[in-house]
Design a protein around this ligand. Sequence first.
Ligand code: F6R
Length: 254
Amino acid sequence: MRIIVTKDYESMSKRAANMVAAALKEKPNLVLGLATGGTPIGMYQVLIELYKAGQVDFCQMTTFNLDEYCGLSPEHPQSYHYYMNHNLFSHINMKPKRINIPDGTSGNMEDECLRYEDAMQQAGGIDLQILGIGVNGHIGFNEPGAPFGGKTGVVELTESTIEANARFFESSEEVPRRAISMGIKSIMRARRIILLASGNNKAEAVFHAALGPVTPDLPASALQLHPDATMILDKEAAALFMEKYGDLEVTFSL
Ligand code: F6R
């Protein structure tokens, strides 16, 4: 695993956006896996700036989002459909038919999960997957204990995730209790993975994910088994690595 430590949230976001832009230049019909939450918003803003400056072209790109809450329609302001439109898609030249996000309102969740998994295969698999990480080490909505062999499925959110995500809702009671999420196996099939983390509340999770035992108790530890996984961290998220390995602006491999 490669660890890139950047000085702050802005540098982390630029670094990640530049890596996505480079991947798109190399492969204009890139299949990109996307995350929501607070962490990637800065990266999306830089991608929008690069697009407006004529430096990237998204017209051939296909995207697959990691997850969506069950029961929230695409118009719901806290749905991940809405988030993606608001934070990225409505500002760039993505073709709507190439945007894929699980349907959290499907009448048949089991079919929807199979359909989504199949759509990823049909698209040729994910070239580059962007991930955030939960304070409990979750990736997507794969909470501690989720099997490494899991594919796209319906998952129950833990109390800690509900609490963490309550900041986007009026109250924690409004946070949906279930979501559709790519499984760890679906994520691990991506040819390349970039995990972003910012802030000291993520320091423990990223440190143990990279250096601790590989265990479903810490879902992100599965990334140790991936041949091309990179963490881009700001200095606060990297605090425990820096204690162990020294100062800033370093890139090292584990
Ligand atoms: C979002 C997702 C989650 C988040 C994680 C971190 O699509 O799958 O795993 O990446 O909960 O969220 P933030 O960035 O809000 O701290």
